[in-house]
Design a protein around this ligand. Structure first.
Ligand SMILES: Cc1cc2nc3c(=O)[nH]c(=O)nc-3n(C[C@H](O)[C@H](O)[C@H](O)COP(=O)(O)OP(=O)(O)OC[C@H]3O[C@@H](n4cnc5c(N)ncnc54)[C@H](O)[C@@H]3O)c2cc1C
Length: 394
């Protein structure tokens, strides 16, 4: 392990100022350790970065972010960095031109079926699932009752198939049915998108949270530095700008990039987020509208909803177009594509990181689809481990 000494008077180096990096930096700095944070972008916040446009409207640069969690410790930790207000996210789906609540609920059922059909389906559901408030589409498709099978198939086709094929860039026929287990149907009129205990938004946007996490005399942040242009690996030693590094390095970016794609390029989905400014007070009746049966984009989010902003005759909407991640174009890796082959490639990179004692944290470095809360929770755990390690070296 380490023969620990400092690099540029720092105890720890962190690559990435998103939730993973900022959490670890903050927790270590609070214990008195000197932390150096690099980020290749010209701002902190990672993919949760937001800003206010010239009209004062909040823009989530890398796509809409809503905070929700069941982890009390994450909520207790994050709420110290700004004021938060209760926010229940509501999503509608444009199904063949009709706007219905998503996840699909009894209201959606009534809006898309005749009264007789809807009543029959509701009665059957109450009989077959007397104690449940939500089931997965798979529960409906696998039910012995034909009415529920048909209803399950309707939701599957209208809510899931085309939307998922746009999202992952695959033909509807090629969609793996096993993943539909994750798609809920609400057995009632509950219309909030997330079911979590803590659902809040930061009153001044997410970037303010990052400012407050990183403003600390023990933290130095260097932006516009891509560590891959500075780091070298040789005979189990790591060098940054030719100096051997003997303090812990925590890396939160894409791991294949760190190791210069030695084992190949890890596949991701990426996004084009197209913003439109419109001279209306509100464009749509909900924060997000999904397009599961039409259009090439997957969804439209109207950012003013996220801060309940009361700005007249001006709004900004964001259309999300999913696309493949390619190294040669200006695309960012967004969603890891976890399958056996890709996970095996990731495992090879992970052992390489272990060989060089580089700690991995976050959605890209761990090649897992983490929401903000799980990213923060895992980063809190890693911070504890690093603190123990540093203590043992003193
Ligand atoms: C479109 C979209 C919507 C989402 N919506 C939600 C939501 O509603 N709720 C929710 O909880 N979660 C949401 N998430 C997930 C959330 O964005 C992540 O959980 C969180 O941002 C992960 O933080 P991170 O620090 O792991 O990664 P990131 O935020 O990606 O931060 C990594 C940082 O490392 C930097 N970096 C990478 N490589 C290098 C390098 N070589 N050198 C220097 N710096 C480098 C990057 O510039 C970046 O700033 C969403 C994600 C996306 C893509």
């Amino acid at each position: 392990m380490y023969t620990y000494n400092r690099f540029m008077n720092k105890d720890v180096i962190i690559v990435g100022a998103g939730f993973a990096g900022a959490t670890i930096a903050n927790l270590l700095a609070n214990k008195g350790y000197k932390v150096l944070v690099y980020d290749k972008r010209n701002h902190i916040g990672g993919n949760a970065y937001d800003y206010f446009n010239e009209d004062g409207i909040i823009i989530h640069k890398y796509g809409p972010h809503i905070f929700h969690t069941n982890f009390k410790e994450v909520w207790e930790y994050i709420k110290q960095f700004d004021e938060f207000f209760p926010y229940k996210h509501r999503v509608l789906g444009n199904i063949d031109g009709t706007l219905v609540p998503i996840p699909f609920n009894f209201k959606s059922l009534e809006l898309t079926h005749s009264k007789e059909e809807a009543d029959l389906i509701k009665e059957t559901i109450k009989r077959e699932f007397p104690d449940k408030t939500r089931v997965s589409i798979l529960d409906l498709l696998n039910n012995k009752n034909e009415i529920l099978q048909k209803f399950g198939d309707y939701v599957y086709q209208k809510v899931f198939v085309y939307y998922t094929s746009k999202q992952w860039g695959i033909h509807p026929d090629k969609i793996d049915k096993s993943v539909i287990n994750r798609v809920p149907v609400i057995l009632g009129y509950e219309d909030t998108y997330f079911g979590d205990t803590y659902q809040f938004m930061p009153s001044h946007g997410f970037t303010r949270i990052f400012d407050n996490m990183l403003i600390n005399k023990n933290i130095e942040v260097k932006l516009n530095v891509n560590i891959k242009d500075h780091i070298k690996f040789n005979e189990n030693k790591v060098y940054i700008d030719e100096e051997e590094i003997k303090c812990p390095i925590i890396y939160t970016g894409a791991i294949d990039e760190l190791f210069k794609y030695t084992y190949g390029v890890l596949p991701y989905r990426s996004l084009d987020i197209i913003l439109e400014k419109l001279p209306v007070t509100y464009f749509q009746p909900a924060a997000t509208i999904n397009y599961p049966t039409s259009e090439l984009f997957t969804r439209i989010s109207e950012y003013k909803y996220f801060l309940k902003q009361n700005i007249q005759n001006k709004t900004v909407i964001a259309k999300e177009y999913s696309k493949a991640y390619r190294l040669d174009s200006k695309t960012d890796p967004y969603y890891p594509i976890n399958n056996e082959i890709n996970n095996a490639m990731y495992a090879r990179y992970k052992s390489l990181a272990e060989q060089y004692h580089i700690y991995l944290s976050g959605r890209l470095a761990e090649y897992k689809y983490y929401n903000m809360d799980l990213t923060i929770l895992n980063a809190m755990k890693l911070a504890d481990n690093i603190i123990n390690l540093l203590k043992s070296k003193k």
